[in-house]
Design a protein around this ligand. Structure first.
Ligand code: PMP
Length: 384
């Protein structure tokens, strides 16, 4: 169920959040890489020249130095705290984005005769499935493509297959392109793996229901080039040894995210974003703020009398990626162009989905959502 949000709770949370972009910057609705808090950007700027007074800039810092080790450990600690997992979970960083992780999962956990199941609710979960299919026999546990409106919702309780021999069940927690979300991890007896690339730390989430949660960096974690992995130690210890060490999750975890030269800059940015997450009250406060922001825009869709539409079913609408389209592709193009005159950028929908998409991750300002909702009302009136 979509969580309710009281206006008082929302405004309490939002006062801690970024308000308006500074002069010359715009409201950046990009799906990723995406907007970041200016306080974090300022800190990165400072560290680029001289990181913590050591006379060496962040990009120049050896990954074997004591200072980098400290930065890595701080990043891990902040992510661990935001996730709320204990010592039975490893928290570590790996080079590359989510698609790399999609490829590593079958290599680590599936022998040639093994299988895994995939809940297909989106372009991204389908990508995870096809990457695995390229080397192993994996199955679709829920086929969201076959719904009357393709990918318009996630499965309801128990509405997916659970092959008893599956080594894991993968799902995409928030569907970035389709604007849908799971409000709770699917209940299953299979080892569960969540792709949290577009919703990590956006709400209270029970990581302990999973053997692994992975998230590429470029949205709520800031920089592209690295992924955060939160995995049960006993699960990754069970991975095959018949693959190169550099591809094994456990080896990365055991090497403290420094199996080889890591993407040091991206890891530091993830650390700063996780610390920012905690500084505004953590996932609980963030969830209230996100619900408030998302409802501003979804409400504008709903009050447009059908001018704006989107197939996503209401009960599973995302609070992070709000998608809509007008009756005509030409009007969508006009919308995107005119929105830029109001400093609203990055609204063009995904190339495969069309329409518009407002990606409003954790640090996206409330004010930008208010301006977009007003602009939507006005545009609908003039073009409807
Ligand atoms: N999963 C989800 C939910 C995503 O939103 C994305 C990218 N937007 C990906 C996976 C793929 O990430 P990457 O480009 O880092 O491989």
């Amino acid at each position: 169920m979509t969580p309710a949000v009281t206006p008082a709770a929302a405004s309490l949370a939002s006062s801690l959040f970024p308000q308006t972009p500074s002069k010359g910057r715009v409201y950046n609705f990009s799906a990723g890489p995406a907007c970041m808090p200016e306080s974090v950007l300022e800190q990165i700027r400072e560290e680029l020249i001289d990181c913590r007074g050591g006379g060496i800039g962040l990009l120049e810092l050896s990954h074997r130095s004591a200072l980098y080790e400290q930065l890595n450990n701080e990043a891990e600690a902040a992510c661990r705290k935001a996730a709320g997992v204990g010592s039975d979970y490893a928290v570590f960083f790996m080079p590359g984005g989510a698609t790399v992780q999609f490829g590593l999962l079958p290599l680590n956990f599936l022998g040639e005769n093994d299988t895994a199941a995939y809940i297909d609710t989106s372009i991204w979960s389908n990508k995870a499935y096809t990457e695995a299919l390229s080397c192993r026999r994996v199955t679709v546990a829920f086929d969201g493509r076959a719904l009357p409106a393709k990918y318009s919702r996630v499965p309801k309780k128990g509405e997916f297959a659970e092959p008893a021999d599956a080594k894991y069940l993968l799902y995409c927690q928030n569907n970035t392109v389709e604007g849908t979300t799971f409000w709770a991890p699917p209940e299953t007896s299979l080892p569960l793996i969540g792709d949290a690339t577009s919703d990590i730390f956006s709400r209270q989430w029970d990581f302990t229901k999973h053997v692994m949660v992975l998230a590429a960096g470029q949205k709520n974690l800031g920089a592209s080039g690295a992924s955060l992995v939160i995995a049960r130690k006993d699960f990754i210890a069970g991975a095959t040894r018949a693959i190169p060490s550099i591809l094994r999750f456990e080896d990365h975890a055991k090497a403290g995210s420094r199996l080889n030269t890591p993407p040091t800059f991206a890891v530091r940015v993830i650390g700063l974003m996780a610390e920012w997450t905690l500084s505004v009250g953590g996932p609980t406060a963030i969830a209230k703020n996100n619900a408030y922001k998302a409802n501003l825009i979804w409400d504008a869709v709903d009050r447009s009398g059908g001018f704006y539409s989107w197939p996503a079913e209401k009960w599973c609408r995302s609070h992070l990626n709000i998608c809509f389209k007008t009756p005509k592709a030409e009007l969508d193009a006009k919308f995107v162009a005119e929105a830029e005159k109001h400093a609203l950028f990055g609204l063009l929908g995904h190339r495969e989905a069309g329409g518009m998409r407002a990606s409003i991750y954790n640090s996206f300002p409330v004010k930008g959502c208010e301006i977009l909702a007003d602009f939507m009302d006005d545009f609908a009136k003039k073009n409807g």
